[in-house]
Design a protein. Structure first.
Length: 169
């Protein structure tokens, strides 16, 4: 039986459509390590983001979040900064899978336009629901399939594989 973690509650950082991986992890800093490139996350779009985001905060975006290259550094930058989950109207498929593989919950919700910057939001990727506590509204979201929930619950693909290998001995 799978035990579902608690829903994720945090403050929303509202972004628009087509936020690409190059904005999340600037290429010119990528060779310097996650601590460096995370400090520059979204600096051309939201210059204050890296300095002001707090552990547990949520990124809320429009269509096609994570487009561009398939760089995992985009997900790693968000995780390094403490982003607890990303909610978007839609995701670029490679970003979506990189997020799951690296243990960052991602949820598709078509009602993200109703979430404002700074709103308190609860995301439940296991049931497929987003609750906006500030507006006292609930929005349907896409629940993750069981096999992806298992990866997230394990903390990502590598921890999931390590557990499977350990359990098979």
């Amino acid at each position: 039986m799978t035990i579902h973690p608690k829903p994720i509650e945090g403050r929303a950082w509202r972004l628009g459509d087509n936020v690409d991986t190059g904005q999340l992890a600037l290429a010119e800093y990528s060779a310097q390590g996650v601590a460096v490139y995370a400090r520059h996350c979204l600096e051309h779009l939201r210059p204050e983001f890296a300095a002001e985001v707090r552990p547990g905060d949520l990124v809320v975006a429009g269509e096609n979040f994570g487009s561009g290259s398939s760089r995992e550094t985009a997900v790693l930058a968000l995780k390094h900064l403490g982003v607890a989950a990303v909610v978007a109207a839609s995701f670029a498929r490679l970003f979506f899978r990189n997020a799951i593989n690296l243990g960052l919950p991602v949820v598709e919700c078509k009602e993200v336009a109703r979430i404002a910057d700074g709103d308190r939001v609860v995301v439940d990727p296991w049931r497929g629901q987003v609750d906006n506590l500030t507006r006292q509204e609930s929005y349907p979201a896409s629940a993750l399939p069981e096999h992806l929930r298992e990866l997230l619950e394990a903390g990502g693909l590598v921890p999931w594989l390590e557990r499977r290998m350990r359990d098979s001995r």
